[in-house]
Ligand binder design. Structure first.
Ligand code: G4F
Length: 337
């Protein structure tokens, strides 16, 4: 009998990679999507277009408990991966209330519906290295205290605490991955890596002349999302629920990312990058580096891509994308940076 999984946020970068991974392992994959997505499939389903005939999508909103309850009541899910969220940190400063509502209540509704209807379902919560925020130690591990620096980070700490509380209070199998930044060719254009690689490609083809960025000295631990979704699945196969840091263990500045990305097309980033106050955050997470030794030991998880491969892959992908004329269109539908 194949296992049945429910993915919230299936149309996003991680959701699409995870759906592919689970399908390859013989899972029956279901996705929870907003009704607007079902009504506008061309634009909303670009990352999962190639999977649509193999997955089952259900309309529900993270803001509506009844809609989630209905989906969960109709299918016996073995595993639930709760990835859906307002995940853009900068946006959470502009509209902290929506971020909190969606991210905290959405997680609570998922947990409450599963407790009521499918208490044996294994639950994964997408925690984030943004929870460490103003870091107390380096590298950050499962025991590092949290000090979030944005409404997004605060909402993720609340989701993490809710997940742990359902585990401890109701004995449910609830685990959190504390994932450091993970990127790839399907990354949204508003995140710094994709903003850089897509603009490098546009500059290369003469469609742009500069790249406006905020804090170039921020340091991040970047990996490939394809590697990170494998860890999510491994966590739910354990005998006991637990929380895991997933990270590459290397930290690089935004500046270094620019240097490599521009270098891919033979350009010097200093000739194109302009710093712009608009892209600075009211409170920045200056430096992140993860210690994923627990995941490597317990889950036997290893990333396949390193930093240089990731940058190269993303630039090559965007060069192809721009040459097909797809970047302008995709960037416009993604909204402002
Ligand atoms: O790419 P970012 O927007 O990602 P951020 O804020 O680190 O968050 C991402 O990773 C988290 C995991 O730790 C996830 F939980 C979260 O959902 C998201 O996926 O920004 C990375 C860094 C920041 O320090 C930012 O200040 O890049 C800096 N940056 C500099 N200029 C910029 C820009 N970021 C963006 N998005 N745009 C800029 O122009």
């Amino acid at each position: 009998m194949s296992k049945r999984a429910l993915i919230t946020g299936i149309t996003g970068q991680d959701g699409s990679y995870l759906a592919e991974h689970l399908l390859a392992m013989g899972y029956e994959v279901h996705g929870l999507v907003r009704r607007v997505a079902l009504e506008d499939p061309e634009r909303r389903f670009t990352r999962i277009a190639h999977l649509l005939d193999r997955i089952q999508l259900h309309a529900a909103s993270l803001e509506s408990y009844p809609s989630i309850f209905q989906v969960v009541s109709h299918h016996e899910f073995d595993e639930c991966y709760h990835l859906a969220a307002q995940s853009f940190v900068a946006e959470s400063f502009s509209d902290g209330f929506s971020t909190m509502n969606t991210n905290i209540n959405g997680t609570h509704y998922m947990l409450a519906a599963l407790r009521e209807l499918r208490p044996a379902c294994h639950f994964y919560f997408a925690g984030s290295s943004e929870m460490f925020g103003k870091v107390r130690e380096a590298p950050q591990s499962e025991t590092t205290p949290f000090h979030p620096r944005s409404p997004y980070g605060i909402s993720k700490v609340a989701g993490f605490d809710l997940t742990r509380n359902y585990r401890e209070a109701y004995g449910m199998f609830c685990s959190s991955g504390i994932l450091f930044n993970h990127e790839g060719p399907r990354r949204g254009f508003e995140f710094v890596t994709r903003k850089i690689t897509s603009t490098v490609a546009r500059i290369h083809y003469g469609q742009a002349t500069e790249l406006r960025l905020g804090n170039l000295d921020a340091k991040r631990d970047w990996g490939h999302a394809e590697d990170y979704v494998r860890a999510m699945h491994l966590m739910l196969q354990l005998e006991e629920p637990d929380d895991f840091v997933i990270a590459s263990g290397e930290s690089h500045t935004v500046r270094e990312f620019c240097e490599l990305a521009f270098g891919e097309v033979g350009l010097n980033y200093r000739d194109y990058v302009v710093t712009d106050e608009r892209f600075y955050r009211p409170a920045e997470v200056e430096s992140l580096i993860g210690d994923s030794s627990k995941a490597r030991r317990v889950l036997n998880w290893r990333p396949r891509y390193d930093f240089a491969q990731l940058v190269k892959l993303m630039v090559q992908n965007d060069l192809e994308f721009v040459s097909r004329g797809s970047v302008g269109l995709a960037r416009r539908s993604a909204g402002p940076d």
